[in-house]
Design a protein around this ligand. Structure first.
Ligand code: ZN
Ligand code: ZN
Length: 328
């Protein structure tokens, strides 16, 4: 068979087979070019354009990829892989193998949908001692974030229909106090939810709500605003590091346990307890770092009650002092 006849036959086969491959829509299938769209989900969609050099199939097919949702950089990488694949098939049919290769790539690399976000998180938030691992087979990202002697391991799951559905977050091993770990993850889940769910009471001036990508926002919060921030913060009362430099030491001194208040500042348990019981009490107690009112479940007392307790404590101390004076 001549090369021309073989090419005609390959085109006819491609025309028959491509529409039967799940996810493909054939647009053109002629000697000038073969063009098909591939769709896995709304955001995993691309166009495959194949062109044929004069000596085809004795030279490799030329692949071009375009997409409205996948990043340019990812597409460039994928074109290179297609070229490698086609090189192995020089002298043979290449149309269907390249089409299948593109499809397999999208199916086997679910994180391709957020490749740009992953690159930006890596560049902006991941330090030398941190680790980031992509798990394509289960569509999740593993992070180990370190600040001095503290670390937190996080698992971020990217759903198939991302970014229409938000990422899910799990904290595994960590040596942060449990109170903080629970807060970090709880807030991160909330941030992710707000990326895809419209507010209950939308502001009329705002443009209509559109779901947006949640991976970068979640990682920025967890890495920059949590794990990297808190180990370096000082207690608003005593001005010492609020989290002990050695995480092991906390167990030995319960007064050095951390407490987190409404404004986000951390206190030593002992320092906050003392501060909450010391006047002035008028209109409540305020955070010395940011001036916001302190709300905490463990110290839910009214200014009047705090005042009464303070007076009582003072009276007892006076009595005690009198007794000591008398005895000395
Ligand atoms: Zn303190
Ligand atoms: Zn504060």
């Amino acid at each position: 068979m001549s090369d021309a006849d073989a090419f005609e036959e390959e085109l006819a086969e491609a025309k028959a087979v491509i529409p039967t491959l799940e996810g493909f829509t054939l647009v053109t299938c002629v000697a000038a070019q073969v063009r098909a769209g591939y769709k896995k989900t709304d955001h995993k969609q691309l166009n495959v354009i194949l062109q044929f050099p004069a000596k085809y199939p004795h030279e490799r097919i030329v692949t071009e990829l375009t997409s409205k949702t996948l990043s340019e950089k990812l597409l460039r990488g994928l074109v290179k892989m297609c070229d490698e694949e086609a090189k192995k098939l020089v002298g043979q049919k290449q149309i269907l193998p390249v089409m299948n290769f593109v499809r397999e790539f999208v199916i086997n690399n679910p994180l391709c949908v957020c490749s740009e976000e992953i690159a930006s998180v890596k560049k902006d938030f991941i330090g030398e001692k941190d680790k980031m691992k992509l798990k394509q087979d289960t569509s999740h990202i593993l992070l180990k974030v370190v600040q001095e002697q503290y670390f937190m391991n996080l698992k971020i799951m990217v759903p198939d229909i991302y970014p229409l559905e938000q990422v899910a977050i799990e904290a595994s091993e960590s040596n942060f106090p449990n109170l903080l770990k629970v807060f970090f993850v709880g807030q991160a889940v909330e941030i992710a939810r707000k990326c895809v769910q419209p507010p209950l009471k939308p502001n009329k001036k705002d443009p209509p709500f559109k779901p947006r990508a949640s991976l970068r926002e979640v990682c920025e919060f967890l890495i920059k605003d949590c794990v990297k921030r808190y180990p370096l913060e000082n207690c608003p009362c005593c001005k010492d590091r609020v989290m002990l430099r050695d995480p092991e030491e906390v167990a030995k001194d319960p007064r050095k346990r951390v407490e987190r208040v409404y404004c986000g500042h951390l206190y030593h348990h002992g320092c906050l307890a003392k501060y909450m019981k010391t006047p002035p009490f008028k209109d409540g107690k305020f955070c010395p770092s940011c001036g916001k009112r302190i709300f905490h479940d463990k110290w839910k007392v009214t200014p009047e009650l705090a005042e009464a307790r303070w007076a009582h404590k003072q009276a007892r101390e006076r009595e005690l002092a009198e007794v000591t004076d008398f005895l000395s």
